[in-house]
Design a protein around this ligand. Sequence first.
Ligand SMILES: N[C@@H](CCC(=O)N[C@@H](CS)C(=O)NCC(=O)O)C(=O)O
Length: 205
Amino acid sequence: MNYKLYYAEGTASMGVRVLLEEIGAPYELLSTTTLRDMPRPPEQLRINPNGWVPVLVWDDGAMYECAAIIIFLCDQHREINLAPAPNSPLRSLFLQTLVYFSSSVQTAFQQDYHPYRFADTVEDEPGIQRRGQRRLAETLQVVDNQIGEKKWILGEYFSAADIYLYMLSTWLEPSREHPALSNFPNVQRIAQQTSVRPSVKIVYG
Ligand SMILES: N[C@@H](CCC(=O)N[C@@H](CS)C(=O)NCC(=O)O)C(=O)O
């Protein structure tokens, strides 16, 4: 399978790229932007009218939504063993975690970076940002408690959910009033363990 990935540095497309590195299949990065007033490539918008990344394209298909792409790639490439099989007792926690990351944690980041999407007026935007910053702390605390003393999100089983969590951890910027990663020691531990993987080093340098 040949893959193409609409890609912008510092975004959710980086986590998908780490998975493509794990898979070892050929892939091409299609440069795009996440800036508010910059145009997206028409083909990206045709696949994802929201104008967000990641967007994955392959020989005879295309899709968007980070969590869905991760599940799709892990299922297409069982050999990388980064997702529990559908009948594994770990599967439900894997799915729950990925969807929570995308629907709750990432939405809190969106509130901070794209408040106009949630605010009725420009005057409302700072309040939306402040709530997003607090929401980040709330949602990451839930994740930290869920991890507890486990080595990885799924216990002894390293999975694509840990890669996703690493990606989220790189977005925390205390200068933007985000909570510090050190407030969530279990998240921080997994992020540090994941950061040494060769695939992560290639993508994040
Ligand atoms: N729910 C989407 C959210 C993706 C998303 O927010 N992507 C950001 C980059 S990390 C983006 O493209 N932002 C540009 C924008 O919101 O216009 C997913 O998980 O794929």
